[in-house]
Design a protein around this ligand. Structure first.
Ligand code: C2E
Ligand code: MG
Ligand code: MG
Length: 532
């Protein structure tokens, strides 16, 4: 409904007095947890004659006629009253934001009035965020500078609203320490590849300046996912909720218990939010030594955020490169890892758990080397934030395969010595080509592991080395036609007595992952107990 400026101006005093103009509340959600982290108060004029008016219907007229200050103070007062009410109902929300307009900065007593209203309702200054648009700081330069430091000293934080819609005063960002930057939904209206490209570096820039990020006007799941992927910390929009009347908002909270974050969680998540996901080597924000000098860096960072509470770990964020590397190690599903961690049955998980506890306790970067599926890997971790109940770790994963000559000679020798001490013989076998490739042997057997004639080698080994009573069993074990099927769990193992000594050897065929043709590692290992 189009309402004339005259009409708005004429009806305004009565509307304020009778309480026709009220704040509606729209929640802001933390991207990772999808919990409410703040609430914006937005004015609505519920007129008995004119019906419901939106800000677009009355704000320009109020601004033009010097009335906006009264509106803003009224919305602030009602927001403070709502804050108090929520505390009393034991659904405390520690962060609200209100919109200020350019006209407010022309008023002499603005600071006193705002602090006075908060005192009246016993609301801490940290609970009320002041949203201003870029225009305010550009047009009201002097009074803005004065008020900014007054507000800051009193413990208020200031948010920039509609960033990018107007003058884009980038250097102003460096002169003031803003708490949050709200990105205008115009960026999202046309959700094209081009607009996406604009948004990502802006989020990046804000984080570099130490400013938290919020995207408003989020309407679809696709937008939410994209914003999460580029590291935008908080989201607001119809996808989550429209602005709601006070009663509707209370009902909304009651219908979704536990949906808002506690103060402790807010501190925790804001620390994590400072962490920059778009960095190629994110952990190097903490220390130059952590740089992996990653050859995959053009594909993005190898990064995961894992939250540990008590004995359990949960993946909160996993980059594509990190996922690819987990696959190399044979982990196709994150749940599998989370589950293994919970049970901690194997040495691998116990070792990993030690890394986690050391990382949390030390606050320093910790690392770990391990081998799985024949792939060496290195995990680096750093604790980003913790509460009494949980801790968030940033982790990087690096894998080293045969083609990457990044390991030092020293490391190689260390691993090789351990291998020599464990196995008597290690041979790669290629059934399809009837070939084998001996890696090393301490058995002094020369003839059975030639580069060709795999089947013949097996037969020779059986006849010359395996004790007579175990030969049939050995040939069945080495049956290459059924090997693939039998190796489904990853390997097959058998125990066979040797002809020369009568002692048992443990023989294993393990599938070699990631080879272009089917291949297995054939290993012989001594068994300490003669009789088994
Ligand atoms: P704003 O502060 O940028 O508020 C966001 C606007 O986007 C709100 O419009 C909100 O209802 C709307 N919005 C939220 N999520 C979505 C979404 O997913 N899609 C779309 N299309 N829109 C969404 P609203 O309430 O009409 O307010 C418009 C503007 O009026 C506000 O923009 C703010 O600049 C101003 N305003 C509202 N209340 C006040 C107030 O109390 N004082 C002052 N000075 N300005 C106010
Ligand atoms: Mg706003
Ligand atoms: Mg806005």
């Amino acid at each position: 409904m189009a309402v004339s400026e005259d009409c708005i101006v004429k009806k305004f005093p009565e509307a304020i007095e009778r309480g026709y103009i009220v704040p509606f509340f729209q929640p802001v959600f933390r991207t990772f947890t999808e919990k409410i982290c703040s609430i914006e108060a937005l004015a609505r004029w519920m007129d008995p004659d004119m019906g419901m008016l939106s800000p677009a219907d009355f704000i320009p007229a109020l601004e033009k006629n010097g009335l906006i200050y009264e509106l803003d103070m009224s919305i602030l007062r009602q927001t403070c009253a709502f804050y108090r009410k929520l505390i009393e109902r034991e659904t405390p929300i520690h962060s609200f934001s209100v919109n200020l307009s350019r006209g407010d900065f022309k008023e002499k007593d603005m600071y006193e009035r705002i602090t006075g209203i908060l005192k009246e309702y016993d609301v801490p200054t940290s609970a009320i965020k002041l949203e201003i648009t870029e225009g305010v700081m550009l047009q009201e330069v002097e009074s803005f500078r004065r008020l900014f430091s007054l507000f800051n000293e009193a413990g208020f934080t200031i948010w920039i609203d509609d960033f990018g819609s107007g003058y884009s005063s980038l250097n102003m960002l460096q002169n003031y320490n803003f708490d949050f930057m709200k990105f205008d939904m115009l960026f999202l209206k046309d959700f094209s590849a081009k607009n996406r490209q604009v948004l990502a570096p802006m989020i990046f820039m804000a984080q570099n300046l130490g400013i938290h990020t919020l995207a408003e006007g989020v309407e679809t799941e696709e937008q939410m996912k994209f914003l999460r992927s580029i590291g935008c910390e908080t989201l607001q929009g119809y996808y989550y909720s429209k602005p709601l009347s006070e009663d509707a908002f209370i009902k909304y909270l009651d219908d979704h218990p536990g949906l808002y974050e506690t103060y402790e969680e807010k501190i925790y998540w804001e620390k994590i939010g400072r962490f920059n996901f778009q960095r190629t080597n994110p952990l190097d924000t903490f220390s130059a030594e952590i740089d992996f000098d990653d050859e995959d860096s053009d594909k993005g960072a190898s990064l995961a955020l894992v939250e540990f509470s008590g004995e359990e770990g949960r993946f909160v964020y996993v980059s594509e490169v990190f996922k690819d590397r987990l696959k190399e190690l044979g982990y196709d599903h994150l749940e599998e890892l989370e589950d293994g961690f919970k049970k901690k049955k194997s040495n691998r998980y116990l070792t990993l758990y030690r890394l986690v506890t050391n990382t949390i306790a030390s606050g320093a970067v910790q690392e770990l080397d391990y081998i799985r599926n024949g792939v060496y890997y290195k995990v680096r971790a750093r604790c980003l934030a913790k509460t009494s109940k949980k801790a968030m770790l940033a982790m990087q994963l690096r894998t080293f395969d045969a083609e990457t000559e990044v390991r030092t000679a020293g490391e190689m020798i260390k691993y090789s010595n351990a291998l020599f001490a464990t196995y008597d013989l290690v041979t790669a076998i290629y059934p399809e080509r009837d070939a084998s490739d001996r890696l090393y042997s301490t058995l002094g057997i020369q003839t059975y592991a030639s580069l060709t004639d795999l089947r013949k080698s097996i037969k020779n080994f059986c006849e010359n080395e395996v004790a007579e009573e175990d030969r049939e069993k050995y040939m069945a074990f080495m049956n290459l036609d059924t090997l693939d099927e039998r190796c489904a769990p990853g390997y097959v193992q058998g125990f066979f007595r040797m002809q020369a000594t009568g002692n048992y050897k443990s023989i294993r065929l393990s599938r070699i992952a990631n080879d272009t043709e089917k291949s297995y590692l054939y290993t012989i290992q001594a068994v300490p107990d003669k009789s088994l």
